[in-house]
Structure formats: structure tokens, C-alpha cells
Design a protein around this ligand. Structure first.
Ligand code: PLP
Length: 388
């Protein structure tokens, strides 16, 4: 039995999507009833009273600014340092377009970045002549990784951008050590926390990140369209506005063409957006805190070990994630080439009602805290049906 500090059955009863199906892909997390109820409450309020009725305007403002406070609290940041965004890419693009790049300037990313954390730099390489240098993550050792990073930094390096938890293998980057090293070389760090926030404790001050982009829609179980960018207070002024619009400025004057951006990270929140949905982000954050992020991390990891133990007995399946428990999280990647089954994602759904991420010759299994041990065992037993 996984030793748990939580009433897992009670938690599961509140997540409708886990009834009758196993959720082993956290690209988009399933939503607890309370999260959905909050979306419905705000949608109904807007529908029935209209978006500009003063009490509705006040309520939207309350939930939106409340989400900023809750997200800041979750990350150990101040509210001034939080921009609310719609997704991780938006936050990364805010940093990418906010730096004044010159041809030949360098950015360091890893060789396992998601398109969200690699395309903005590839685009800058194409448009501005920025040089993208790649840090190899494998074989996932801390000392070697830091040495490789140290070697890649030059006097032209303007930024290091890497995932806190690597999307491909679940590798937990030694973020504090990376930030310490980069700071020692005067290079700011942007972390992509897509697969970290809601799964493991994240304290941006303790890590020492300069920028941290994340989302609500994965491990926090909040709606799609909720995200954030943390900008260290010392970087708010110097990070310029790549995109700008109403809500970005304190003052603007069409006659003199002068404007003054807000002095908080909220300056990045240009234009109209669905602010009402952020009430549900607050509900999700509160729920994660009630369960306890430490407890979530602990239970997810125990489920991961159960999965990896079981999978290690399947002939032909090759584990690709780091076995080091200090550098691993609840994402496990397997090479499935021996099975020659490019249809694994569909097969698991059609035959077993198990949701996994799989393509061509690999499979990525997430083990969120709300999954049962029996579901892991059922998944492993289904794997056993595949013939290498
Ligand atoms: C590391 C990482 N970054 C970003 C994203 C997604 O970014 P966005 O929220 O912009 O869709 C993912 C999605 O799987 C991811 O794994």
C-alpha cells in the first residue's frame, strides 16, 4: 500500500473524470468538481447580470486579483512579481520578446525542451540572429550537468531557459544549483515550471530563479487558460514589453505619445482576456494546499516507484527516466520500439480506458497523486499483453 496522508477515495469522488478511466497523462489534468463549479458560477454570473454590471465587474476583479495573491503565495513570491497568463508559452514569450537581443547574443536551453521552451528561441535565431546553445541533460547527473552548463556560458550569454521538470523524462533539474551557477556568471535564468507547479513544492526565492513560467492546467488541476509568469522584482523594469495594450500602462497620452508601464509584472497582461476563469485557479491552488504539496509529491513518487518496478519486469520495455529519486518526478518515459506499436495511445484507451501519452516508439506515463495503486497494477498488467 502507498502510505498516504490523504483520504484518496474522498479526493477521487470529487474528480468526475477519474471514474471509470485511469488518468496517466497530465498534459491536461482532470478537473475537480469545485474547480468546474467555480467556472460555472462565474460564467453564470456574467451571463445573467452582464459583464459590465458593477457587482460583476467587482467580482471578476476580486477573483482575478485573488488568483494573483494565491499564486504568489504558492510560489513564495510577492503579488507584484506575478503576471497572470494563459499558458506557459505566453510567459516564455514575454521574456523572449522583453529582452533586447542583438545578433550573436546567446541563449542556453536544454536538448529536452518542449516546443514552448524551444520555439521562441529558434524563432529569435531566425529573426534576430540569436545563437541557441544546447545543454545536454542526459545522463542526468548534477555535477556533470553543472560542468556542461558552465562550459556553455560565454560573455554573449543573455539567458538560460530550461524546464524545472523535463517534459520528456520527468527529470528534476537541480534548479537552485543552476541558478547559483548562472548568477555567478551574471546570467539570468528562466525556468519552465509546466510539470513542476502542483506536483512538487516550488519556492522561486529559494530556487533563485529570475523568471518562472507555469500553468494551472496540468498538475494543479485548474482550467486551461490559466497560467502565470513570475518576474523577480529586480527584473520587472528591465524586462521590456514585447506586447502591450490596455492594462499594461499606468498612463498613456495619445497627444504626446508618452506612456508609463505599470511597475509590476501585471504590465504584461495586455488586452482583454478571460479574467473570470482565474477564480477556478484559486480554488485549485487552495485544494492543492489543503492536501499539501509535500503529500502530493510524496504519494506521486511512491506511485511512480510502483510503476517503474512493475514496468521493469516487462520484456522489451526500456526505462529512460533517471532512476535517482532525488532527480526524478512522477513522469516516466519508456522506449517502446520493441513492440512496434505506434498506436499505443489508442490501444490503451480502446482496450483498457487508460489515458497515456505515446507516439511512435515512446510512451510517457504520469502518476498523479489521485491515481490508485490498483490502477498502476492494471496498467502494468495491460503492458504485459504486448508482445515484443
Ligand atoms: C515543459 C513544458 N512546457 C510547456 C508546456 C506547455 O505549454 P503551454 O502551457 O504553453 O501549452 C508543456 C506541455 O506539455 C511542457 O511539458
Amino acid at each position: 500500500m502507498v502510505d498516504t496522508h490523504m483520504d484518496i477515495e474522498a479526493i477521487r469522488r470529487e474528480i468526475p473524470a477519474v471514474q471509470g478511466r485511469s488518468y496517466l497523462n497530465m498534459s491536461y489534468g482532470p478537473k475537480p468538481r469545485a474547480v468546474t463549479d467555480e467556472v460555472i458560477r462565474m460564467t453564470r454570473l456574467i451571463s445573467e447580470a452582464g459583464p459590465l454590471a458593477p457587482p460583476v465587474v467587482d467580482e471578476i476583479d476580486r477573483v482575478y486579483e485573488g488568483a494573483r495573491v494565491d499564486m504568489a503565495g504558492l510560489l513564495g513570491a510577492s503579488t507584484k512579481e506575478i503576471a497572470l497568463t494563459r499558458n506557459v508559452s505566453e510567459g516564455i514569450n514575454m521574456v523572449a520578446t522583453g529582452i533586447d537581443w542583438a545578433p550573436g547574443d546567446e541563449v542556453i536551453i536544454t536538448d529536452e525542451e518542449h516546443p514552448a521552451g524551444s520555439l521562441p528561441w529558434m524563432n529569435l535565431a531566425k529573426r534576430r540572429g540569436v545563437v541557441v546553445r544546447k545543454l545536454k541533460l542526459a545522463p542526468y547527473e548534477t555535477e556533470g550537468l553543472l560542468d556542461r552548463l558552465d562550459e556553455l556560458i560565454t560573455e554573449r550569454t543573455r539567458l538560460v531557459c530550461l524546464s524545472h521538470v523535463a517534459t520528456k523524462t520527468g527529470y528534476l533539474v537541480p534548479a537552485r544549483e543552476v541558478c547559483d551557477l548562472a548568477r555567478g556568471r551574471s546570467v539570468p535564468v528562466l525556468l519552465d515550471g509546466a510539470h513542476a507547479v502542483g506536483l512538487i513544492p516550488v519556492d522561486v526565492k529559494e530556487i533563485g530563479a529570475n523568471y518562472y513560467s507555469g500553468c494551472g492546467h496540468k498538475w494543479l488541476l485548474a482550467p486551461q487558460g490559466t497560467g502565470f509568469l513570475y518576474v523577480d522584482e529586480d527584473y520587472i523594469d528591465s524586462l521590456e514589453l514585447g506586447w502591450i495594450g490596455a492594462n499594461s500602462t499606468e498612463t498613456w497620452n495619445l497627444d504626446t505619445l508618452e506612456f508609463a508601464p505599470l511597475d509590476s509584472a501585471a504590465k504584461f497582461e495586455f488586452g482583454t482576456r478571460d479574467r473570470a476563469v482565474f477564480g477556478a485557479l484559486s480554488v485549485a491552488i487552495r485544494s492543492a494546499k489543503e492536501i499539501g504539496i509535500e503529500n502530493i509529491a510524496e504519494r506521486s513518487w511512491k506511485l511512480t516507484k510502483r510503476l517503474r518496478d512493475g514496468a521493469s519486469k516487462i520484456p522489451g520495455l526500456r526505462a529512460e527516466s533517471s532512476p535517482d529519486p532525488r532527480r526524478s518526478t512522477a513522469i516516466s518515459r519508456f522506449d517502446t520500439s520493441a513492440f512496434e506499436r505506434p498506436d499505443l495511445m489508442d490501444w490503451f484507451w480502446d482496450e483498457h480506458r487508460i489515458i497515456v501519452a505515446a507516439r511512435d516508439a515512446w510512451m510517457r506515463i504520469s502518476t498523479p497523486y489521485f491515481v490508485l495503486e490498483e490502477e498502476i497494477d492494471r496498467f502494468v498488467s495491460a503492458l504485459g499483453e504486448l508482445q515484443p
